[in-house]
Write a protein that binds this ligand. Sequence first.
Ligand SMILES: NCCCC[C@H](NC(=O)[C@@H](N)CCCCN)C(=O)O
Length: 448
Amino acid sequence: MFFGYMFVDVMSPLQSLVNTKLGWSPEAFGYYAGAEYMLNVFGFLILAGIILDKMGVRFTGTLSASVMFIGACIKLYAISSLFAGSAFDQWLSSWWVEMPGSAKLAAFGFTIFGCGCEMAGITVSKAIAKWFEGKEMALAMGVEMAIARLGVFAVLSLSPRLADWMGKNDPSVVPPVAFCTVLLLIGLICYVVFTFMDTNLDKQLGASANGEGEEEFKLSDVGGLFKSRLFWIIALLCVLYYSAIFPFQRFGTNMLQCNLHISETQAADLLRWFPIGALCLTPPLGYFLDRVGRGATMLMIGSLLLICCHLIFALALPAFPSQGLALATIIVLGISFSLVPAALWPSVPKVMDSRYLGSAYSLIFWVQNIGLFGIPIIFGAMLEASNQGVTDPTQYDYTNPMLLFAGLGIVALFFAIWLKVLDTRNGYGLDKPNIKSDNDAVRLDGEA
Ligand SMILES: NCCCC[C@H](NC(=O)[C@@H](N)CCCCN)C(=O)O
C-alpha cells in the first residue's frame, strides 16, 4: 500500500510540468486524475469483493498487485518518448482533441491501476482481519494506513526531485513514474512472499489448503449486505466522511493560498501537516482502540471535528486570514483524519462475518468511490459558480464549496450517532476493545 499510494500521487506535484512537456491542459489533468475511480465506480469493486471472498487473500492480493503493475506500465509507456509521435499516439490524439493521446492512454493505465489499488486495499484489510482477529487488529490497520500516508508524503517530496534527475534544465515526468513503477514490482514480489507466510498460517490454524474460512461464501451474501441497515450506515458514514477529506487534500492548497494570500509552496507546506498528523496519530489510536475500545465514540468525535474544521475554513479563515489559525485547523483535521479511519476499518470485521468480509469491504469502498469520483466535480462546479468572472486563480472565494464539505460532515455525524445508538442497543461491540478472550460481539448474522 506504501508503493500504491506513492503511485497514486506521483504526478500530483508535477501538474505544470505535465502541462509544458506533454501538453495536458488543467482539464485534461482533471480527467486523468478522476480516471483512477472510473471502473471501480462502474462495478469493478463489487466483482473484486466476490473474487476476494471466493479465491482468498493470497490469490486476490497477487492479482491486484499484478493489475497495479500492469496499469502503471501502461501509464509509463503513455508518457514516454516511445509512445510520443507513434501511429497509436496520432490516432488517439485525432479524436476528443482537448485530451492528448498521452493523457488518454495514461488515464486508461490509471484506471487499470485504480482497479488493482482498490482491490489491494480490500484484500489487505481482509488479510489484516484474518491475521489479527481478537488481537491488535486496529493497531495493525493503523500502521498500514500510516505507511500509506507516509507514501503520499514521500512521493510529494521525491517526485519533483526525481523529475530533475537529468538536470534542472531538462526536467521530465518519466523518472518519477518509472521509479514508482519499479516500486510496484517490488511490492508485487513482497506480496508473493506474504502468500507463503499466509499458507504457513493456515497450516498452523489447521485451515483448508486453499480456503481462509470454514464457511463457503455465497453470492446471496452480497444481496444480504445490500439489505442490511448496518451496512448502509457504515457505508454512508464512510462515503460522506472521506468525500470531505480526500477532495479537500486536492483543493486545500489553493484554498489556503486564496484565503491567506500566500504562495503555492507556502500553502502546500501548511497543508503537509494534514497527512503528517494522521500518519503520527493513527497507530496510537489503533493501539488505544485495541485495548480500551470506544470505536463508535471515536467516529462521532472525528466527524464533529471535521465539521468544525471545514466551518473554520469556510467562514472564519476568510474573515481572519491567519496562518496560525490555518495551521491549528489543519492539525485538528489531521486528528479527525486519524480518529475516523482508525475506528472505521477495524469496526467492519466486528459486525460482518469473515466469509463475506471481502464483499463488505468492497461494497463500502464502492460506495466511497462514487463519492470520491463525484464530489470533486460538484465542488469544482460550485467553485466556478461562486467565482463568476474571477480570472486570477489565487483570488477564488472558497466559502460555498467549503460549506459543502461541512455539510457532508454534518450528515456523517448523523450516521455516526445512529451507529452509536444501534451499538448501545444491540451490543455490536464497536465501543469494546478488540483484544478479548471470548468473541462475544454480535455480527451482521445476528442483526434484527
Ligand atoms: N486497508 C485499507 C483501509 C482503507 C484506508 C483508506 N483508503 C480508502 O478508503 C481507499 N478506498 C481510497 C483511497 C483513495 C486514495 N486516492 C484510507 O484511509 O486511506
